[in-house]
Design a protein around this ligand. Structure first.
Ligand SMILES: Cc1cc2nc3c(=O)[nH]c(=O)nc-3n(C[C@H](O)[C@H](O)[C@H](O)COP(=O)(O)O)c2cc1C
Length: 320
């Protein structure tokens, strides 16, 4: 059976969204990335505490840490383990952001494989939870070293590796190179997870069957589309994909909204739901107008009113 996971997505994969994906069959997810140094300096900070919530409906969640100092990351991992609520520690070695990678964190670690290896060794030694890494192909096209990192990871006692098939310099442009992912999967014994550009259930099955990976991790393809997990599992079991109906789509939006309102103060929930609704409405008739109105709406009631109209329109047009 195919294994499917939700990628860590800063600003998107909070426990509410992860829970919705889990209900659609996602087997494992990750917290948004958390700064190891930030946590050690201010562990009680509200923002970080929110990132550390694990929902009751989540089957498996790993906490993802980023940092550049191996001792700091290992210590933060130890404290994460002590919280007793996560199933693994994931080390971010793939973030390409301007504030992260150039200073040696995230994908910057792929430019300093000795430091990356030390971080892996110290973290593995510091915790008894499984430790995984998430990497890219390398810094740029001239410096592809995912295989080297994977081999060092295997040596260091890392349990699993996820490879996003792009370089740091590509950011999110171009296409994920699954041949490179396959190469890594063939050369190491520990499970390798493929990640990059899976937007349809069919692509997940095709990648899984050809790349020799342990499973696939899905990021942007799940935004506004938690059903992708259910659909992948349906295909894998030789069944037909159940299309997502208009009614189901709007039910999901309302469930998502209600859970956010139950968790966060209303103005914050209203603001944070705007992007999700924009993604959920993608492809529906009247979506752009509805998005504009929802971005201006300040109360849930105003949002409900817009959703009611757009749902009516979509039902009449029978969009699915
Ligand atoms: C909005 C956004 C936030 C992201 N945040 C993280 C993160 O916190 N940690 C991480 O390892 N990768 C992060 N990524 C990268 C994704 O996990 C994933 O590797 C990338 O999007 C490629 O997969 P996809 O093509 O399925 O989206 C982020 C990507 C996006 C688009």
């Amino acid at each position: 059976m195919i294994q499917v996971r939700l990628a860590p997505l800063c600003g998107v994969t909070d426990h509410v969204f992860r829970g919705l994906c889990a209900e659609q069959g996602c087997q494992q997810s990750y917290t948004e990335m958390i700064s190891a140094m930030g946590y050690l300096c201010a562990p009680r900070q509200r923002a970080v505490q929110e990132l550390l919530i694990r929902g009751e409906n989540e089957p498996r969640v790993c906490v993802q840490l980023f940092g550049r100092d191996p001792e700091v990351v290992a210590e933060a991992a130890k404290q994460m383990e002590a919280l007793g609520r996560f199933d693994g520690i994931d080390l971010n070695m793939g973030c390409p952001a301007h504030k992260i990678a150039p200073s040696g964190e995230g994908c910057g670690l792929m430019r300093t494989p000795d430091i990356a290896e030390k971080m892996m060794r110290l973290t593995v030694r510091a915790v008894s939870l499984p430790v995984s890494i998430k990497i890219r192909l390398g810094w740029d096209a001239e410096h592809i070293n995912a295989l080297e990192l994977a081999q060092r990871a295997e040596d260091a006692g890392i349990a699993e590796i996820t490879v996003h098939g792009r370089t740091r310099m590509q950011q999110y442009s171009g296409e994920a190179d699954w041949d490179q992912i396959q190469l890594v999967a063939e050369k190491v014994q520990i499970p390798v997870w493929g990640n990059g550009d899976i937007f349809q259930a069919e692509q997940a099955i095709q990648r899984y069957r050809t790349a020799g990976v342990a499973g696939v991790m899905i990021g942007r393809g799940a935004m506004g589309n938690p059903w992708i997990f259910r659909q992948i599992l349906e295909l894998d079991q030789g069944r037909k994909i159940t299309p997502v109906t208009v009614t189901e789509r709007f039910r999901m939006i309302r469930t998502h909204y209600d859970r956010m309102l139950a968790w966060k103060p209303e103005p914050i929930a209203v603001r944070e739901m705007r992007k999700h609704i924009g993604w959920y409405l993608h492809g529906l008739r009247g979506a752009s107008r509805a998005r504009r109105e929802i971005n201006r709406a300040e109360t849930p009631e105003q949002v409900w009113a817009v959703l009611y109209e757009v749902e009516k329109e979509a039902l009449a047009a029978d969009d699915t």
